[in-house]
Design a protein around this ligand. Structure first.
Ligand SMILES: [Zn+2]
Length: 80
């Protein structure tokens, strides 16, 4: 299950639903898991770079810039 951080209290928040905005962006509707907060909010997920080149050619989207991965970017958090 995908989680994001609540902007009010910092607890984990669950993505309840989402809608496609474009081939590169999606609006996600989230709810804080802390019952004493319960903040509901919307967030945007946007694909910004290619880390590993895909085997397929893109259909109708501009190619993304290739991420130069010499080391993980600062602040990177790994998710299971
Ligand atoms: Zn919260």
């Amino acid at each position: 299950m995908a989680l994001v951080e609540c902007s009010v209290c910092g607890s984990k928040a669950t993505i309840r639903s989402s809608r496609k905005i474009s081939n590169l962006s999606r609006e996600m509707y989230c709810q804080c898991n802390d019952p004493f907060c319960g903040h509901s909010f919307a967030a945007i997920l946007q694909i910004t770079k290619t880390i590993s080149k895909p085997a397929k050619e893109p259909n109708d989207v501009q190619p993304l810039p290739l991420f130069e991965l010499s080391e993980p970017p600062a602040g990177l958090q790994r998710h299971a």
